[in-house]
Design a protein around this ligand. Structure first.
Ligand code: ATP
Length: 344
């Protein structure tokens, strides 16, 4: 199913403009993540699509060629998965998954067949007869996913489905979810404030800020070509290099850099993985902190720009706190963004 939102906005009764007029299209089978900080309007947008929230007048929501703007939630055929699972604790896994199908009054044989099918897809067969209370958080979330998918919804909506899980489980379930959603071949929208999660799961990420979609693109596009400082900072933690640009030369507190193009009126950003500690580098600064992260060290360095900058250092030996180090940054790794976009 193709989803299309035109001029869709939401003003809550107290006057809060949670969503400014938004255009969004999601292709058939596409997995789109709504990514943004707390309060930017992700959940509001998801709830409008589900039919749980009424949008402002002038908004239009299309499921293929059907205008569903005025359609009640139960008539939209959407599947939903929430952070809180929302499962029936006293029912078995099988009964939870079959619940929606029973409500649809499908014949028992068909319910059994469909439940067996999703149990298999979600690798839940061994737990089919267990009560929900006897499952781990990760297993419960898989049941929630299986239950949402069993009625074959037109659209699957997921609101921070992994937030309640601990870090390691979250990561493994994240990869599992990315595979499962593609196996289901369903159009899906996934809300998260975690950029790694959005990048791992989605085909396309719509980054939101203050009730607006500020940029939408593939994870690679957003990472490599952010169009605002907000996106550069939120996706991949780009750091601003505050200095004085003179044509293609950037003068910083700790040295000079060559820019890929004229830096007038632009703010220059760089990512920690592009700051290389090497003796011949043109920048110099003082090591303030060193953190060992298994595959690499994260080295925080002062004296290069007004704030500290970080370097991802993958060598076997890391510099020590208090050392002075030289650094280099390839001109291609520098991102120049209009300074006025800081307000995004
Ligand atoms: N019922 C409501 N009445 C008034 N304002 C609301 C209501 N629900 C949400 N808001 C406000 O609308 C804005 C967007 O909220 P929303 O829940 O959509 O954000 P979010 O991006 O999903 O945040 P989070 O990640 O914290 O869930 C926030 O400023 C929030 O306080």
């Amino acid at each position: 199913m193709t989803l299309r939102l035109t001029h869709t906005a939401k003003t809550y009764p107290d006057g809060t403009k949670a969503l400014l007029p938004t255009e969004l299209s999601v292709c058939k089978g596409e997995i789109v993540s709504l990514l943004g900080p707390s309060g930017c309007g992700k959940t509001t947008l998801l709830r409008i699509i589900a039919g749980l929230e009424t949008p402002d007048a002038g908004s239009d929501i299309w499921f293929d060629d059907d205008n569903v703007t005025a359609l009640a939630v139960e008539d939209r055929q959407v599947g939903m998965v929430f952070q809180s699972y929302a499962l029936f604790p006293n029912m078995s896994v099988r009964a939870n998954i079959g619940y929606g199908l029973k409500m649809q009054k499908l014949p028992k044989a068909e319910i059994d067949a469909r439940v067996t099918e999703v149990l298999e897809m979600c690798q839940l067969q061994p737990f089919a007869s267990r009560a929900i209370t006897a499952l781990s958080g990760g297993q419960r979330q898989r049941v929630a996913l299986a239950r949402a998918i069993a009625p074959r919804p037109r659209l699957l909506l997921l609101d921070e489905p992994l937030s309640a899980l601990d870090a390691s489980l979250r990561e493994s379930l994240r990869d599992e979810l990315a595979v499962l959603l593609r196996e289901f071949d369903i159009t899906a929208i996934f809300v998260t404030h975690d950029q790694d999660e959005a990048m791992a799961i989605a085909d396309r990420v719509a980054v939101m800020s203050h009730g607006r979609v500020v940029q939408s693109g593939s994870p690679e596009e957003l990472y490599r070509n952010p169009t605002s400082s907000f996106v550069a900072g939120f996706v991949g933690n780009a750091m601003a290099l505050s200095g004085k640009a003179d044509g293609t030369t950037l003068h910083l507190e700790g040295g000079t850099l060559t820019l890929p193009s004229d830096g007038a009126g632009q703010t220059v950003y760089v990512r920690a993985e592009d700051v290389r500690i090497e003796e011949s580098g043109p920048l110099r600064g003082k090591v303030e902190a060193v953190t060992f992260l298994g595959t690499h060290y994260r080295v925080v360095i002062s004296g290069v720009t007004s704030g500290a900058i970080a370097s991802i250092h993958s060598g076997q030996i890391a510099p020590k706190v208090g050392d002075f180090v030289n650094m280099s940054i390839n001109p291609e790794a520098l991102m120049l963004l209009p300074t006025e976009a800081d307000v995004a």
